[in-house]
Design a protein around this ligand. Structure first.
Ligand code: F1P
Length: 282
């Protein structure tokens, strides 16, 4: 068993704890104008939350890679998602609110800290912390995650689709699931050195569909746009989707990444060229 496999398996219980977090009141209030920032996986969770918060009518919410934050803009609140609490670009923004894994890190000095120490991970690649942060954020918007948590438990042991012959995967999303699609593709690249792309589903038609062909997979998180399944099928690529909660679909994608790593003889706990936290010097 790898660390990452253990962490994937502990997600349902971690989501349950996150959804009942006592510090949800530290998050921005409705109508506040909010920027949510992070790096890598944490940025993709920020994207998902921003889309959900705005769609729920809680106010304008933008997501940025911390390195690309537009400093000329004014926000009521800047929320950072960071597992390590040491990522250089995140700390440079002095966020007022931090959703944090490691409570002993510099980010714990922010004015509002929502800590999920139980969701912190040994792995370099993130699974449990990221999805638990998103579970917390979804709960803060009033979502009931009971069914998603039960379905995630089932998803941990469901037989995986036979992807051994697949040479490439493209993940697609719409609205808040665009961030999940980016995260699923990153998991394949990080954990398995397995090439995967990701796009907003409607934009997939505007170019990326050109590389669809037999032996390649197109995997939609959430409800597909009308006609897309047929358009992909016509290319010979395999179109995959289901009606489970998209965070549950992500659990399956995480397991596929780990299974793919095993198939390729790659250790998902030691991704090449990547460290647990990217700390820049100078
Ligand atoms: C985020 C990050 C990711 C990277 C890897 C390690 O750090 O550096 O960018 O993909 O998973 O973590 P953090 O700010 O959430 O600790």
């Amino acid at each position: 068993m790898t660390y990452v496999a253990d962490e994937i398996a502990s997600q349902p219980e971690s989501w349950r704890r996150a959804a009942a977090h006592p510090d949800l009141s530290l998050l921005p209030r409705p109508r506040q104008r909010v920027a949510v920032v992070g790096c890598g996986t944490s940025w993709f969770m920020a994207m998902a939350y921003a889309a959900l918060r705005e769609a729920a009518g809680h106010g304008e919410t933008d997501a940025f890679a911390a390195s690309e934050f537009p400093r000329s803009r004014t926000y009521d609140r800047v929320v950072a998602i960071t597992r390590s609490g040491t990522t250089t670009e995140v700390l440079a923004l002095n966020p007022d609110t931090v959703i944090l894994g490691d409570e002993s890190s510099p980010a714990a000095g922010a004015p509002n800290v929502i800590a999920l120490p139980w969701a912190d991970e040994k792995s370099v690649v993130q699974t449990r912390f990221a999805t638990s942060a998103l579970a917390l954020l979804r709960a803060s918007l009033g979502e009931n995650l009971t069914k998603a948590i039960a379905d995630a438990q089932v998803a941990l042991t469901t037989e995986l689709p036979a992807f051994a012959e697949i040479e490439e995967v493209t993940f697609l999303g719409r609205g808040w699931t665009v961030g999940l699609a980016h995260e699923a593709a990153l998991k394949c690249r990080e954990a398995a050195v397995f090439w995967a792309e990701s796009y907003p589903a409607m934009d997939y038609r505007h170019g990326p569909i050109s590389v669809a062909r037999p032996g390649r997979l197109v995997w939609m998180f959430g409800e597909p746009p009308a006609g897309l399944a047929d358009e992909v099928a016509a290319t010979g690529a395999t179109f995959v989707t289901d009606d489970r909660d998209p965070m549950v679909q992500l659990v399956t994608a995480q397991r596929v990444a780990v299974a793919r790593a095993a198939l390729l003889g790659v250790n998902p706990d030691t991704p090449q060229h990547l460290s647990r936290s990217v700390v820049l010097s100078g």
